[in-house]
Design a binder for this molecule. Structure first.
Ligand code: FES
Ligand SMILES: [Fe+2]
Length: 406
């Protein structure tokens, strides 16, 4: 019999050894503060790559639509489900004189038209869910060169994965969403995202570059200091299971449950709710790709779906942080948290406690970002020094730079 010994590399510098092409040198601050660099990011990343814009269940019926504002791509998109059950996406721009067809109520606008059409409120042009222009008031007053059949909405690429809707506003042919996601799609694709049908969301606009905001969530190094009040001494082992999938990346975060402060409220919530990262145990709902050894200290997967979505997955919970660039120095942050709908008052109470804890933690996270950015703008520091456990940030800097200079 042949026995094989697998040695797990735990020594300092292990991620740099695993991914030597990412280098170890300090990284420049320039890409965070340079407006020209941001314009290239818009042109070569946000206007060229797949962007997560909606959940399929946000447009549940024929005629349901969502409009997502995309400042990073200088547009807004209408995501609409047709009577054929297909979800399509279009620029929210009217073929008449360019008004937005659906009047937007903010960054996200939802609606439903039972006839499955959207109507521009300026002069009443009507488009169906296939994007075709189906009615023009006083059409006979237009000239002979006007062809209704050629003046539908401008379609954008739209594909779905695991219940998520993505668009790509590149006007040319693009890589399929499946190819774009690659191994990342296989890693997370069999998790039952749809089972988590209840949740909460917070958002704010931050005066900082989108990468400052994204970086602040993409490491666990800050937890002992920034979250000393919310999560003291519970995330001390660093990150594990780092994997890079093309432009995307993931790792797992371990939780030292024994270090959780014991309080009457906290103990009760962890014992009774399904909505705490500390409430593990029982049978696992995770696919075999996540926490494959079922390690008891595994808390959640921390991943980055390129370019600017952080997707976290845990037992019966998933949440995203999405960083929408508005300008080189302005970012909309949206945190969205999903879990199974509480079925008892205890679970509902546990859910509300989780909502408060996350609010506190996310306030702690977002509190650093504008300070970081102001200090970057001072020019006092031209590089940042990353340690090995900040490998996800290093990977982002390398990948973004590759796109910008492509
Ligand atoms: S701009 Fe839309 S109908 Fe005139
Ligand atoms: Fe944090």
């Amino acid at each position: 019999m042949v026995t094989q010994t697998i040695t797990v590399d735990k020594a300092p510098g292990r991620w740099a050894r695993k991914y030597p092409h990412l280098g170890q040198e300090p990284l420049p601050v320039g890409p965070y503060v340079d407006p020209e660099y941001y314009e290239k990011e818009k042109a070569r990343i946000f206007k060229k790559q797949w962007l997560y814009v909606a959940l399929e269940r946000e447009v549940p019926d024929a005629g349901s639509y969502k409009v997502r504002r995309l400042d990073c791509a200088d547009t807004s998109v209408i995501i609409i489900r047709g009577k054929d059950n297909v979800i399509r996406a279009f620029h929210n721009a009217c073929s008449h004189r360019g008004n937005t067809v659906v009047t937007e109520a903010g960054q996200e606008t939802y609606g439903r038209n039972r006839a499955g059409v959207v109507t521009c409120r300026f002069h009443g042009w009507v488009y169906n869910a296939q994007g075709e222009l189906v009615n023009v008031p006083h059409e006979d007053r237009f000239y002979g060169c006007f062809n209704k059949a050629e003046n539908g909405l401008t379609q954008v690429h739209c594909e779905t994965w695991a219940g998520f809707v993505f668009v790509n506003v590149d006007q040319g042919p693009v890589q399929s969403l499946k190819d774009f996601l690659g191994g990342y799609g296989e890693h997370f694709g069999t998790f039952d995202f749809a089972a988590c049908d209840y949740g909460f969301t917070y958002h704010t606009t931050l005066n900082c570059n989108w990468k400052v905001a994204s970086d602040a969530f993409a490491e666990a190094y800050h937890v002992d200091t920034i979250h000393a009040g919310s999560f003291p001494n519970v995330f001390q082992s660093g990150i594990e299971d780092v994997e890079l999938f093309g432009p995307h990346r993931t790792c797992s975060v371990r939780l030292q449950v024994g270090n959780l402060p014991s309080t009457p409220i906290g103990d009760m919530a962890n014992a009774r709710s399904r909505s705490s990262l500390a409430a593990q145990g029982g049978s696992s709902s995770l696919p075999s790709t996540l926490n494959p050894n079922r390690d008891p200290d595994w808390a959640f997967e921390l991943s980055v779906l390129f370019p600017s979505v952080l997707l976290h997955v845990s037992e019966g919970i998933w949440f995203t942080h999405q960083f929408w660039p508005i300008a080189h120095d302005k970012t909309l942050w949206e945190g969205k948290y999903y879990l199974k709908k509480p079925t008892t008052h205890s679970e509902l109470w546990g859910f509300e406690r989780a909502m408060v804890l996350q609010r506190n933690a996310w306030l702690e996270d977002t509190a650093t970002m504008e300070d970081t950015y102001r200090a970057m703008l001072s020019g006092a520091k031209t590089v940042q020094h990353l340690q090995d456990e900040e490998i996800l940030i290093r990977h982002n800097c390398v990948v973004v730079d590759e796109f910008v200079n492509s």
